[in-house]
Structures are given as structure tokens and as C-alpha cells.
Write a protein that binds this ligand. Structure first.
Ligand code: NOJ
Ligand code: CA
Length: 689
């Protein structure tokens, strides 16, 4: 009798405990068990997580929380209501990309938190743990005590385990066009890095860095912090506590004292950490795409990768100008036809024409509102005639919408602007946002603009137009969901070499970008400058790489649209131009063969349809000998390789255009040994037939 009573008591107690809540400690691993997430509540009821890689802590106990306008913060006093695990494994096909098929394999841990007292508000944290990193996001369900919220701060911490080496750009609210700095985390001093493009606004309110920000630990592990699926929220910069080595989310705000406004239910973007043992594995990782939603556009037959030329570099060099009043107008009917002829002759798909519409006389400065209407051509540019000329030659025109950051005007014009594209059969637009955002009080990277960029993307999709955004919001993998988001700038592109007063991009630039900015997505860098010194136009500026390095960028930098940026006259008759004509634009596979951040990187990509491979390698200011094993080629098959490499005496400054072309038969057992000059590179076409 007594024993029976005891058993019943134990059963009752268990039922009671389960009903009361979950064990605060929760743990989950990646499918291959290399990454472990441990979570718990501290004595104050604040949630924290930890990340381990192969048994070692890589992110130490880091707390999360939110602060709001007019209501108490959600930080402490939580209990766990529920913890749920789930796994998913799938493979999906990309319409265009670095590879055709992507594997997505993760374990998920979802933890539902509720305040124990007072308002009993709730939110969940969802962790997805892949073999190459983790993502986590906050999920605010619909609930009685929160309807709409105004977030003044998100308090997501990333507590580092050492003073890692870090490649960073300042957490600018307006522009990503900054050079990377290489320091220790404790040495990050973003506030002193205000040098920027003369065309762009710069606003760095805190000692914060932009993402992706990449680090290397003492143990040689690579970590990169970023975000995925930035939708209707603010860009996350990372505030740096240089003493305690803690990064905390610093959302981009506005002049109205808040960061984000939301209505429940809502989810935040994913906060991501890529973890790799080889620097190249960061590039091969698909974490960011895997944390985005599948394609939502029904028909995407009009989304097509392409190579293009354009009336562009000549303006940056000062050979011509965007505006007509100068008397040196670049976008004339005649000049556009010259570019169309050139494109048709050499097999380029598109021609970009900048400066075609009225308003460029006032495009920089305070009085920018309403200067562009995106439909009125200058009188010396016959838009209809140019389009029909291009059609006859089988070439696409690429529309240009420089908004001058007058966003309010652009939004009013969107319908007419995109209707014009559709009527003319133009399926690509390059947008631009030079200057300070109009209306006042907003910044390029805040929620207001995140909404705007998405609105433009969706409007473009309605009219079957692909978007290549300059001065964009950073990429967070949205291209998976909206494949018309074809490329963007969001870094110091080649244009800086044409006019930047700081001497342009140093030779190391493109040995860092693949491991930082490029982890977020495609880059419209506009490579391929052959006239490296362009003394005829700008004796005080130059490109700080060799010509072979410029060629290599078509492989090293990923974008489904690539420009041959130099003037047609610099390509015509140039033997190295053949590489730009041959190089693939859409890939079945990508392999990062070797590389070290800031030193060099070697990438091989296999072209869709043809099975040809293209290899690119670039080095920083140091010369080096690299080995390229060709083991990725098919067995027992002979390929024809054309190697475009630096001459022995090439040098980015002293002798940048010295290069050699070598033809060779190769097989998968071969290993190429190649010399890269200071600031140099190599580009190789490997033809399957
Ligand atoms: C800045 C862009 O990056 C560049 O490509 C463009 O030519 C100018 N803005 C003018 O729109
Ligand atoms: Ca720019």
C-alpha cells in the first residue's frame, strides 16, 4: 500500500515537472557532429549559447536580447517552454550560380522562451546547424502583450575565444566601399576609417565592422560572421568590444531614434557563423544560400547570365561624361552603336549605357530630388533607334537607373521606369544610389532602404527584369528566392582605380575580397582593364595589378554577369582578349584549390553545358610560385589548356602589361607550376574538346 502510494507520487511529480517547463540546458550538433551548440539560461534567466568546433569552444557563452521603444527590454527573466529538434536534408538546383546543385543538410534546435513574470512575452530562437557553420534567428509569435514593436537594439553577442586575426571594413551605415583592414580584433578602430569614395556618403557612428567579417584563430580555424535573408529588417553591423573581444549586433538605424519596426508575428534575419579549417572552404560553403527560401518567381526563363560591355569606363576615366552639357557626352546614339557593334562582333550579350537620360548635370549635390525620371533620353540619344539596332545585332541593352539616392522620387517612378524596360524588351537594369538618402534621416543600410531595395527587385520581376544594384544593401542570399537579383556592387570596385585619391585598390584587394565580401554573393566588380596605366586620361591613377591578374578575376570573382570594362579600342586586336571571350559565366562546379586570405587564391570553375574548366589565381604585392594540380579534370581525357600568365619581369607597377600566352595539352594527372608576379595572376582556359 505504502509502495503504491510512493509510485503514484513519483508519477505525479514527474507529470508536474514536465508541465512546468523544459530542462534549460539544450544541445544540438551538426549532421557530421563537428559543430555543437550548447544553450542554457543563466541565474537571471537570460538565454545564452555556446559554439564548439571539434570539441573546442569557438564562440563562448553569448547572450541575446532586445531593447524596444516604450516597453521593457526582453533580456532576462525567461524560462524555457519547449525545445524541439528537427532535421532536414535536401539537394536543390540553382538556375545560375557557382554550382548547379546545392546540398542542404542540417539539424535544427528551436527553443521557445517566455518571461516568467509580468508581461509573459515570448520569442523563440531557432538554430540550424550545418557541417560548415550555423545560423540562428529570432521568431516572435503573435501574442497578447506584443503587437507592434519598435526595436531600438538587438543584443546578439558573439563572444570570441581569442584575439583573432581579422579582415574587416568599418560598419558604415551608408556605403560598403571601404578597403579591408587586417588587424587583431583588439586593434579594430573603425571610427578612424572614414576614407571613402568621393561619390558616396559615409557614416560610421560606432566602432563596428560590416559583415561578412572573417577571422582566423590561433589554431588556424576560420570564422566568418554574416547574416542570411535580410528581409524587412536593418543591416546588422557588429559592434566591437576590443577589450573583452565580444562582438554585438549593431543594427543600422535612422535619425528617428530606432532601428526596426515590426508587427508580430515576425522573424529576424539569420545570424550566421561559417566555420572552416581551410580558407577556401569558406568560399565553397553554401550556408548563406541554404538559409534562404526557395525560388518564388514562377517563370524565370528571362533570367540569364551574361557578359557585357558598356559606355561606362570612359566616363570614369574622363574621356567622356554622363551629362550632355559638358559637350563630351558618352551616351550618344552613335557611340552606343559603336559598342553594340563591338559586342556583336565579339559575342557579348549585353551593352550597358550610362548617362542616357536627362538630369546628369545635377546628379551630385544637394539638389538631387526629381532630377531623373528614368524615361526621358537626352536629345543626342535616340533610345528607340538604339534598341532596335541592338535587336538587329542580337545584343541586349542594359538599362541604367542612377537614382542619386533620391529614393522617394524613384519609388514614384518605378512603374513607368520598369514598364519602359518591358516595352523595349530590356531584361536587365543597373541601379545606383550615389549620395545621401532622400528623404532625410535614412541611411542606405537601414530598414527603410532594405524595404526599398526589395520593392525594386519585386517590381523588376513583375516586368521580367534582372537587377544589378550598385550602392546596394549587402547580399544575404536573396538570389535563391528571387533569382532576378543577379549581382551587386557593395565593395570598392575597379572604378576606384580610375579616380580614387588614395591611389585605388592595392594589389592585395582581390586576395581578401573572395574570403569576405564574396561570401555574401555575386559581385559586379567590372574587371578586365588592359590599359593598366591609362596615362592618356588620368596620369595620376592606375590599376594596381598586372594584366594577367585582371583576367584571373573573371574566375576568382563570382558573378553571373561580368563586364569587360575597358574601352573597346583597348581590346580590339589584343591577344589576351580571347580569354574574356572564352571564359564561362555559369557554372556546374566550383573548387577553391588553394589560398590564404590576403595572400593569394586559386579557384577553378567548370562551365555548364560545355564542361570546359576555367582557372584563375591572383596574388597580393608578393610574387609567388603556385602549383595547380589538375586532378579535378576527367580521367583519361586530354584537354587543351591556354594559359595567360605574367611574364617573368611583370610587376603591377613597373611592368603590368607583360604577359605570356602558352598553349598546352593537359590531363588530370598533371600539375601546373606557375609564377605569379607581384600583384599578378594567371588565367587558364581548359577546353574539354
Ligand atoms: C557609382 C557606380 O558604382 C558606378 O558604376 C556608376 O557608373 C556611377 N555610380 C554612376 O551611376
Ligand atoms: Ca559605387
Amino acid at each position: 500500500m505504502f509502495i503504491r502510494f510512493f509510485v503514484v507520487l513519483i508519477v505525479l511529480m514527474t507529470v508536474f515537472m514536465v508541465g512546468c517547463g523544459y530542462e534549460p540546458y539544450q544541445e544540438e550538433t551538426s549532421p557530421d557532429k563537428s559543430i555543437v551548440i550548447q544553450t542554457n539560461l543563466d541565474s537571471e534567466g537570460q538565454f545564452y549559447y555556446k559554439v564548439l568546433y571539434k570539441g573546442k569552444v569557438v564562440i563562448d557563452s553569448s547572450t541575446v536580447g532586445f531593447e524596444f521603444k516604450n516597453i521593457p527590454p526582453m533580456k532576462t527573466g525567461f524560462e524555457i517552454l519547449r525545445a524541439k529538434k528537427q532535421s532536414d536534408s535536401e539537394s536543390y538546383e540553382l538556375p545560375w550560380g557557382e554550382q548547379r546543385y546545392v546540398e542542404s543538410d542540417y539539424n535544427q534546435l528551436k527553443i521557445d522562451l517566455r518571461e516568467k513574470e509580468n508581461l509573459e512575452r515570448k520569442f523563440s530562437i531557432i538554430f540550424r546547424i550545418f557541417n560548415d557553420g550555423i545560423g540562428f534567428r529570432y521568431d516572435f509569435p503573435k501574442q497578447k502583450n506584443i503587437d507592434s514593436v519598435v526595436i531600438t537594439d538587438e543584443l546578439t553577442q558573439f563572444r570570441l575565444t581569442g584575439d583573432h586575426k581579422v579582415w574587416w571594413t568599418p560598419g558604415d551605415w551608408d556605403i560598403y566601399e571601404h578597403l579591408n583592414n587586417t588587424t587583431k580584433v583588439s586593434e579594430i578602430d573603425a571610427l578612424s576609417k572614414r576614407s571613402h569614395s568621393s561619390l558616396a556618403q559615409t557614416y560610421i557612428p560606432f566602432n563596428a565592422v560590416n559583415t561578412p567579417v572573417t577571422m582566423k584563430t590561433e589554431d588556424g580555424i576560420y570564422l566568418s560572421f554574416h547574416e542570411a535573408n535580410l528581409t524587412d529588417y536593418a543591416d546588422m553591423t557588429l559592434l566591437v568590444d576590443t577589450e573583452n573581444l565580444v562582438l554585438t549586433s549593431g543594427l543600422v538605424g535612422n535619425d528617428f531614434g530606432y532601428k526596426v519596426e515590426k508587427k508580430t508575428p515576425f522573424v529576424t534575419p539569420w545570424r550566421t557563423i561559417q566555420i572552416a579549417e581551410r580558407a577556401g572552404d569558406l568560399i565553397e560553403s553554401n550556408l548563406i544560400l541554404n538559409l534562404n527560401e526557395p525560388n518564388q518567381l514562377a517563370d524565370i526563363s528571362w533570367v540569364k547570365p551574361m557578359k557585357y560591355v558598356g559606355i561606362w569606363w570612359e566616363m570614369h576615366l574622363g574621356k567622356s561624361s554622363w551629362d550632355m552639357a559638358s559637350g563630351r557626352h558618352g551616351a550618344t546614339t552613335e557611340n552606343a552603336k559603336r559598342y553594340i557593334d563591338f559586342a556583336a562582333k565579339h559575342g557579348f550579350d549585353g551593352v550597358l549605357v550610362e548617362g542616357w537620360n536627362t538630369g546628369w548635370e545635377n546628379w551630385i549635390g544637394d539638389d538631387r530630388e526629381g532630377i531623373f525620371d528614368f524615361v526621358t533620353p537626352y536629345t543626342d540619344y535616340d533610345l528607340e533607334e538604339v534598341v532596335s539596332y541592338a535587336n538587329d545585332k542580337g545584343v541586349q541593352l542594359i538599362m541604367h537607373h542612377e537614382t542619386s539616392a533620391a529614393v522617394s522620387t524613384y519609388e514614384q517612378q518605378l512603374d513607368t521606369a520598369f514598364a519602359l524596360c518591358e516595352r523595349l524588351g530590356i531584361n536587365a537594369v543597373k541601379t545606383g544610389y550615389v549620395g545621401q538618402i532622400i528623404p532625410d534621416g535614412y541611411y542606405h543600410h537601414g530598414q527603410y532602404m532594405v524595404r526599398h531595395y526589395r520593392k525594386v527587385l519585386l517590381k523588376a520581376a513583375e516586368h521580367k527584369v534582372m537587377v544589378n544594384a550598385h550602392e546596394p544593401i549587402k547580399d544575404t542570399g536573396i538570389r535563391r528566392t528571387f533569382p532576378n537579383m543577379i549581382s551587386r556592387e557593395g565593395l570598392r570596385g575597379n572604378e576606384f582605380n580610375a579616380w580614387s585619391s588614395d591611389g585605388g585598390n592595392p594589389p592585395e584587394h582581390l586576395t581578401i575580397i573572395p574570403f569576405t565580401r564574396m561570401l555574401s554573393g555575386p559581385i559586379d566588380f567590372t574587371p578586365g582593364i588592359f590599359d593598366i596605366k591609362f596615362d592618356k586620361y588620368k596620369p595620376n591613377n592606375q590599376v594596381n595589378t598586372t594584366l594577367a591578374h585582371q583576367l584571373a578575376l573573371y574566375v576568382v570573382i563570382y558573378s553571373p554577369i561580368q563586364m569587360a570594362a575597358d574601352l573597346p579600342e583597348n581590346y580590339e586586336g589584343h591577344p589576351a582578349f580571347q580569354f574574356i571571350k572564352d571564359v564561362g559565366i555559369n557554372w556546374d562546379e566550383t573548387k577553391v584549390l588553394d589560398g590564404e586570405i590576403g595572400e593569394f587564391v586559386t579557384i577553378a570553375r567548370k562551365e555548364r553545358e560545355t564542361g570546359n574548366w576555367f582557372i584563375g589565381s591572383v596574388t597580393n604585392e608578393n610574387e609567388r610560385e603556385i602549383a595547380i594540380p589538375l586532378s579535378f579534370l576527367d580521367k583519361d581525357k586530354t584537354y587543351r589548356a591556354v594559359i595567360y600568365k605574367d611574364a617573368e619581369d611583370a610587376h603591377w607597377d613597373k611592368n603590368p602589361t607583360a604577359y605570356v600566352i602558352e598553349n598546352k595539352e593537359v590531363q588530370n594527372t598533371d600539375e601546373l607550376k606557375i609564377y605569379l608576379a607581384p600583384g599578378g595572376g594567371v588565367a587558364i582556359s581548359v577546353f574539354a574538346n
